[in-house]
Design a protein around this ligand. Sequence first.
Ligand code: HEM
Length: 403
Amino acid sequence: MPVNLPPPSDDVPVLQVDPFDVAVLRDPYPFFKALREAGPVAWLAPYGIYATGRHSEATTVLSRWQQFTNAGGAGLADIRKPGNWRPASVILEVDPPAHTAVRGALQKILSPIVVRQWREKFQAEAEAMADQLVARGRFDGMRDAAEAFVLQVFPPAVGIRIPRENAQAIGDMNFNAIGPNNELTKAAVARAQPYMQWYEDSMKREAMLPGGFGELIHQAEDAGALQKGFAANLTRSFLRGGMDTTISGIGSALLALARDPAQWDLLRADPALVRNAFDEAIRHESPVQVMFRTTCEGAELGGVALAPDIKIAAFMGAANRDTRQWPDADRFDLRRPVAGQHLAFGSGPHVCIGQMIARLEAECLIGALARRVKRLRLAGEPVYRPVNTLRTLDSLPLEVEAG
Ligand code: HEM
């Protein structure tokens, strides 16, 4: 249960809100506004941590690793402290220079040439799925489109086949556990239990489907480019980082486009806008809502000196709606120049390494629909699924008119 912990100094505004309360997760925007308005940095009393929701300060927290370390883990709990220990991600939960070596090896695997090889396959799957969705006329934009498509193309690209039940249980466990150990996390951990052995075994070299990123990662370990024992951990980071996030992002794009027929018409008139439409969708509804760092000696934010060894939450979901950065920030506008500026993919040394894969998936599916669908409409109320650190729809009833 959240408690009420006093701030280490008087110059930080205090917020009593629990951002991981189900009601806040269902509609986080009033909390995000309060966080931004409180100041460049605030104290979240229920958890005894710092937090920021402004674009400039969130960028600083995510990128200035000398003051905001990842060594304590990217989640709310400090994994170096007793009771919280778990094995760290060997890419996300280390600082440079150790991080730089691992990232360099992975960057080679995710080279534009390798990524391009997947385009044809993703495109063919997207065309077939769009044909089938248009023939149905009515479908669920999450279960039948975003989720079905990503699960069909992404895990096999990593080298894994994952049944839908396993995928959602494991994804919800991961993105809840980055936040507090509340009821959502406990329920998600319990639900994922039956799949954990399967999950562990799926990352092993002998389980990899040939030709996927996972195989290349294991080969890099064999060649000495990665430390012994890192490949399974990194394959897991790929799957974990790329599955639920991309499903969420494609779902948000479909929702935004279904809500605003003029935006759909713009996309149909200029198909090249599909790329920006996806970036704008993940600015507008950031799949990863928050990531954490730990303050180091001398950390400072927006002119406020911070006490060391305390967790700090960078709310990307709030920063991506900061009107200091984006005029009319609550509005979805696919012509808004956002790529490279929004924080949905993070910022600094840990900025998402798989972003071109996510963009490729989104471009293929949304592009294939735009070529076939004259009218995209909501056929019912969209429903969000509360997950501590992920903004994701659970269902999105859609209706399409071919043309
Ligand atoms: C819309 C889809 C995606 C979103 C919103 C997203 C978001 C993010 C964010 C916010 C970070 C930085 C976390 C931090 O700084 O604490 C990150 C890092 C990462 N992402 Fe993604 N991601 C997406 C897709 C993918 C895909 C498709 C992959 C795999 C191919 C992937 C793999 C990773 C990995 C391995 C990292 C860690 C990088 C590092 O620590 O250097 N992500 N992602």
